[in-house]
Design a protein around this ligand. Structure first.
Ligand SMILES: C[S@@+](CC[C@H](N)C(=O)[O-])C[C@H]1O[C@@H](n2cnc3c(N)ncnc32)[C@H](O)[C@@H]1O
Length: 311
């Protein structure tokens, strides 16, 4: 099915009037705020919403409504234009910008496949999307991570993920017991399996991510991973040789002490998803929990840390 999408970019002063009107003539409305407005309204914005800065509108706000294909979009556009013309209390009318688009329902699932292709993440790790498995050349010592990320985070092209894979390539051994906290697409667990590790636990708080992770493990012919729902390391009683987590800095902060307690002496903590501005904070917290920081990687404003619990 196709949907008509109408977006209106305007000043924040018009939000209330337009929202009320658009709610009346549609089945639902979404409002996006500019980066500046979000920053002023959300405490700790950089930590929480920095992942997709391009998603924010350039105008103060963007109001978006959808109509199914049976509705006359021209009629809806005319209604909206008349409302804008006739409503005296709306401000900056010349800067109200209306755009219209048609969205195919199936595209939401498949559109991104056009942009996601095989690529090398580190010396030996290659990411290969499931729809490109047959048409790509493999070097003798390449480690292929076959992936269909679906709606879960973790295609390997985000620096926070690729830096984790570089640490995994460097330290993971077959005898390791590993927990991948916030597994997303399962990419770090698959990478660890390719390094020979077999005692693997992958957790996430999000059910959809767990489903995608299970599918990706299957795609890579990996059995025996414990995939389960969990909130960070709360209620974790097992001991591991490696804890890895690519979440955001404020979440990493919350789990540092639990990570230390879940590791055997000599165990490693790989943490990622940390913006450079939080670097000193996290390093201090790691050290005061008892970790020794072994290595730090930095890429595009993000850092990843390899730390060790001393023997
Ligand atoms: C940035 S993604 C990382 C995905 C993948 N590990 C990677 O490196 O690409 C963070 C993941 O952590 C999960 N997450 C967020 N908060 C969590 C929590 N409190 N407990 C467990 N998982 C959490 C999210 O659902 C998401 O899948």
């Amino acid at each position: 099915m196709n949907w008509h999408k109408i977006s209106i970019n305007t000043s924040v002063e018009n939000e209330e009037m337009l929202t009320e009107f658009l709610t009346d003539i549609s089945n639902g409305i979404s409002v996006d705020y500019s980066m500046d407005i979000m920053k002023s309204g959300v405490e700790d914005f950089d930590n929480k919403f920095r992942l997709n800065p391009d998603d924010y509108p350039e105008s103060d706000i963007r109001l978006t409504v959808y109509f199914d294909e049976s509705v006359s979009v021209d009629q809806k556009l005319a209604q909206i234009r008349t409302f804008i013309e006739e409503t005296k209390s709306l401000v900056d009318k010349d800067d109200i910008n209306i755009t219209q688009d048609v969205v195919k329902e199936t595209d939401w699932e498949n559109e991104w496949k056009k942009y996601f292709h095989s690529f090398r993440v580190s010396e030996t790790f290659m990411i290969v999307p499931s729809w490109e498995l047959d048409d790509h050349e493999i070097k003798a010592d390449d480690r292929l991570i076959k992936l269909d990320p679906g709606m879960a985070f973790g295609t390997g092209d985000h620096p926070t993920t690729s830096m984790c894979l570089k640490f995994i390539e460097k330290i993971v051994k077959p005898e390791d017991k590993i927990i991948d906290v916030g597994t997303g697409s399962g990419i770090l667990t698959i990478g660890s399996h390719l390094m020979g590790a077999r005692d693997l636990t992958a957790t996430d708080i999000d059910e959809l991510s767990l489903k995608v992770a299970r599918e990706n493990l299957k795609l890579n012919d990996i059995d025996g991973v414990e995939v389960r729902s969990s909130d960070l390391l709360k209620n974790e009683t097992r001991k591991y040789t490696i804890v890895m987590a690519n979440i955001l800095a404020h979440v990493i902060e919350m789990m540092i002490t639990d990570a230390y307690n879940c590791l055997i002496p000599g165990g490693h903590f790989i943490s990622s998803g940390i913006i450079v501005e939080k670097k000193e904070d996290i390093l201090t917290k790691l050290e005061s929990a008892g970790f020794t920081v072994l290595e730090l990687l930095e890429d595009n404003g993000w850092i990843s840390i390899l730390a060790k619990k001393e023997d």
